[in-house]
Each structure stands twice: as structure tokens, then as C-alpha cells.
Design a protein. Structure first.
Length: 382
């Protein structure tokens, strides 16, 4: 509403019978394509609903209409009357980082996800090699002060039919004990933040609470590990400076890729950061209500991106991908698991054992490879 280009902004019930220019802000409740390739979208706000038509002969507006998902909240600049409006432009809430924060101190942040401890394809040697490196005298390792671990920390039990046959450790408690045995070796100067994913011992519905003591008691014994919800916004502080990192495991990435034609056609499973761009564009991690397994909150929508972060880090797709969107750095995480039979079946090609490391002083990002060649040959590549 504060944007200068949103002129003639009205609520839907104020649209009259005479033809003129209007701007509305509404939520997409229906969308369909006519035989002429025009797109008809029904928008609603708290005062009413109206049909809006995006004509195929207006390519720019038509392309934006194609991208709309159910439950997207957008502004529409249009002309017409209460009978029907014709789209001139569609504006998403969008995300703009106005100032790029840099710390004075030389601080590095490492990003991990999808450890899948306890699975038969878990890359134990490779992950142990990374943990050992953290305690080494190597220059990059010595500057690491924070590690973000974005979900699917264990392989889980009963996540899909027949999973038990693919597990090395058959119980959640054993899996979390293995995970804790790694993390206890991380130098105490490093603070770790860990959120859950669908394979962890929490509800699948988002937002997911922190991993509880019932199955993961050993994690609570690690002083430098902070368990957080999924999603979670973490603010790293240096005097008056705040560096904001939004953690989200990334369940919605698949939905964005499936439902947005541009992402589907480019097979964005291989470039998942392009899907995360759409979360920032919409200022929402999972806008389609019926697609998300979601626990509503009467006070607020916990999946809204309220504050624009410096970094969004996700997991889920098992591939490192990096993008910059209007100043925000997007990092999708690698994994510590060889390609599973399911991934092979659906054509997902993981890229394991890669660790993105970000300098908060320079904002320079590098990706290091901790793969153990012998283990990768045995558990990852055919």
C-alpha cells in the first residue's frame, strides 16, 4: 500500500459500474485458462470478490498471471468495471534488501542440511571428515563461528513405506545418538543452529516445533547447539549490526516447481534456488493453503516473510545452489547421503558433501567439497 505506483487503490466493493482504472489488493481464489489462452482470475478481499482477465495479447501481464498461484496476495492494476476488470499489471509483495550488512570481525558461517544420520546411504566418513576439519588449523575453518543445519538431520523411521529395510539404525533414538556423537566434536567456539525437516521426530505440519527430548535427548547435552523451529529467523549481532538468516527446510520447493510453468519447464530441481526466489517475491514460504500441511495460528501466519533476510538457507533438494535476489543471498543445502532408490526413480540427482561458507566481513561465498571418494563410489554413484 505504501508503493507510489499503486494509484487509485480501492477495496473490491468500491468498484463501480462505470469503466475506469482501478488498483486492488486481493488474494487469488480461482484461476482458469480460456480456449483463447486468456486467463481469468477471481480475486477476493475482505469486502468482496471480482473476476479479472489477463489477455493473451498482452504478453507481460499475461506472463505474470500465468505465474500466479492460488492464495497469492498481489496488487492488480486494471481497467474495467465491477462486471470484469482487465489486467494492465500485477505486482507481487516482493523483497528488497536496502542495506547489505558486513561485520568488522572476520566471521565465517557454514551451511549444512540433510545429514540423514542412521540411513544406509548416510555418508559417515565424509561427514566425519568435515567435523574433523572444523577443529583444524586451516584458515577458513578457524574463522567459522556459526553453523546452520537446515533439517532432515536423521533419516527417520516410517517416513515412507518400506523404509525400515533401508535403515542402518532402526530407531529414532539411535539415529539422534549418532548425530549427537558428531556434533559433540564441533569446537565450542562454534554456535550451531538446527531446525527440523520432514524426516525428524516432529510433526510434518509446518511450522514445525523444535526437535524434542523424547527421541533426541543427546542433542540437549550439546552446549553450543541451539534447536530452533522450522522456519526460524536468526539474527547474528555485532554491536549495532544485525545479520538476518532465515532458515527453512524447504518442503514447498517441490510445489513451486510443479505449479509455476517457468520452473517446471526448466526442471528447476537442478537449480532449486530459483524456487526460493519465488518465496521472497511473494514474501511467503508456502502460499498455497491446500498444498501445505499447515497448523494455523490465530494471531499471525508463521510462514510469512515479515523481515527481509540477508540470507535464506534451505535443504530438501540435496543440491547446493546459490542465487542473489534483490540483495538477499539464497543458499540451498547439499546432503550427507548417497542417491536413494526413490531419488533415482524420480530423477533427482543429489550433489552430496558440499558446504557453502559465507564470510560476514566480505559477504564472499565459497563452496568446499568434503566427499570421501571411496565412500561416494560405494554409496552414491553406480
Amino acid at each position: 500500500m505504501q508503493r507510489p505506483d499503486l494509484q487509485n487503490l480501492v477495496s473490491i466493493n468500491k468498484i463501480g459500474s462505470e469503466r475506469r482504472n482501478y488498483t486492488i489488493i486481493g488474494i487469488v481464489s480461482e484461476k482458469r485458462v480460456t480456449k483463447n489462452k486468456n486467463i481469468i482470475i477471481k480475486f477476493e478481499d475482505l469486502t468482496g470478490e471480482i473476476s479479472v482477465l489477463a489477455r493473451a495479447n498482452k504478453p507481460e501481464a499475461h506472463m505474470k498471471a500465468e505465474e500466479l498461484l492460488l492464495d497469492d496476495v498481489v496488487a492488480v492494476k486494471a481497467s474495467g468495471s465491477r462486471e470484469i476488470l482487465f489486467v494492465n499489471d500485477i505486482l507481487f509483495p516482493d523483497s528488497f534488501l536496502l542495506e547489505k550488512i558486513k561485520f568488522n570481525e572476520e566471521v565465517n558461517v557454514a551451511f549444512l542440511s540433510d545429514v540423514h544420520a542412521g540411513g544406509s546411504k548416510h555418508l559417515e566418513k565424509s561427514f566425519s571428515g568435515f567435523i574433523e576439519w572444523l577443529g583444524s588449523e586451516e584458515e577458513t575453518a578457524k574463522k567459522i563461528k556459526y553453523i546452520f543445519i537446515s533439517g532432515d538431520n536423521v533419516d527417520g523411521v516410517g517416513i515412507f513405506p518400506g523404509q525400515e529395510a533401508l535403515l542402518k539404525l532402526k530407531s529414532m533414538r539411535e539415529q539422534y545418538a549418532l548425530l549427537a556423537s558428531y556434533l559433540k566434536k564441533v569446537p565450542k567456539r562454534i554456535t550451531m543452529f538446527m531446525c527440523p525437516g520432514q524426516h525428524d521426530a516432529v510433526r510434518v505440519a509446518e511450522p514445525q516445533p523444535i526437535i524434542g527430548r523424547r527421541y533426541a535427548e543427546p542433542l540437549y547435552e550439546i552446549e553450543n547447539l541451539i534447536l530452533v523451529s522450522n522456519p526460524a529467523l536468526i539474527k547474528l549481532i555485532e554491536k549495532e549490526k544485525e545479520f538476518k538468516i532465515l532458515m527453512y527446510h524447504g518442503d514447498s520447493i517441490h510445489t513451486f516447481i510443479h505449479d509455476i510453468p517457468e520452473l517446471r519447464e526448466m526442471k528447476a530441481q537442478r537449480t532449486p534456488a530459483k524456487a526460493v526466489r519465488h518465496m521472497l517475491k511473494r514474501r511467503h514460504l508456502f502460499p498455497i493453503h491446500s498444498e501445505a500441511v499447515y497448523i494455523p495460528d490465530a494471531e499471525k501466519d508463521n510462514l510469512v516473510i515479515g523481515e527481509v533476510p540477508d540470507v535464506v538457507c534451505t535443504g530438501e533438494v540435496h543440491r547446493v545452489d546459490v542465487e542473489n535476489y534483490n540483495g538477499t543471498l539464497i543458499i540451498t543445502g547439499s546432503c550427507w547421503q548417497g542417491q536413494t532408490a526413490f531419488e533415482e526413480k524420480v530423477g533427482n540427482i543429489p550433489d552430496p558433501c558440499k558446504v557453502p561458507i559465507l564470510s560476514l566481513k566480505t559477504r564472499e561465498l565459497k563452496v568446499l567439497d568434503f566427499g570421501n571418494e571411496e565412500e561416494l563410489r560405494r554409496l552414491h554413484t553406480k
